[in-house]
Design a protein around this ligand. Sequence first.
Ligand SMILES: Cc1ncc(COP(=O)(O)O)c(C=O)c1O
Length: 387
Amino acid sequence: MAQLWQNAAAVRRGTVESVTAPEPTGAGVRLRPEIAALPPYRQGRPAPADGFKLSSNENPFDPLPSVVEAISTSAKQVNRYPDASALPLREALAARFGVSADEVLVGAGSVSLLAQFIVAAAAPGDEVVYSWRSFEAYPGLVAVAGATSVTVPNQPDHRHDLEAMAAAITDRTRVAIVCSPNNPTGTIVTAAEFDAFMAAVPADLLVLLDEAYIEFVRDEASVDGRSLIGRYPNLVVLRTFSKAYGLAGLRVGYAIGPVGILDAARSTAIPLGVTAASTAGALASLEPAAEAELLERVEAITVRRGRLYEALLAQGWPVPEPHGNFVWLPTGAATAEVADRLFEAGLVTRAFPPEGIRISIGEEESGDILLRILGELVPALQEQLPS
Ligand SMILES: Cc1ncc(COP(=O)(O)O)c(C=O)c1O
């Protein structure tokens, strides 16, 4: 209990580092101050010509020819608006999850869906609870809704502290986001932890379970939204075609949950955000032969991940066990220095100074370069690394 209290005391209401930012300018135009204060979007460094982009948790494999063909075929009808509700894709997903098509919502990437649900539930004065560090889009999405972020620090082992998250919920909280595997730390929430969390939070609180990386999970203790469908009237599960299915550039994700909540999120969507090409590519990826090949690639990535994890531990890096298609390197004060060294060697990674670096599992060769550079760096850094 004392532990829970301490953790709850660490909860932060208001901003996180990534939203405390420059003075609002707006060139004399009256903007919402909390929006003007958001850090402007800056694209990460591009990979050098013969380098590797390991900064966005993308799938390193080229798209399948059948998927490219489906996208090209859809191009012949770009003079027409797409089917606004993406019905064929919703039906295909509904069949595999054993729900009705109305219990599936398709969006322009799961980040769009996150925005839709947050806006549907949280307004100015309301709070949204999530762990930190987690997906870097959460603070901005909450700010855009005009709501307040309440961030709960991850535990020292980089996992969500669900007890402290439950303790952070007040009568102002409208949404809680659980991210498993967590971006960027790669840790999972167990099924037992998640059930305890759901039992602890009010039944009228919207819980979003963000499972963008679920297909990479091999730990049987992990929460799996599929087994929770229909169990909680306040739970929505979010998934995406961007990662395991390699369609990040198409922008298509989906939510599964109770119709009433999904209808509210349908109302907050920008109409026609999901294009015909997106649904065609996603449907082609669900064809049995295509999906089998895609899931083999996912398996190959998890094997690469396992090898990299073991090698990093052997080098002495305090890496948490990775469950997504990326690893988290807690580099602490040395974060910028390590990221720069990796960049010089042709590896573009995502640095979060002064905490650590997120590195996507990419092409086989990128892992060899990574281990070579990190192996050179670790002796000199041993003192500075968090334990
Ligand atoms: C945890 C998490 N959720 C959601 C997303 C959004 O993915 P997309 O909008 O491409 O579906 C990402 C992307 O990096 C992510 O890491």
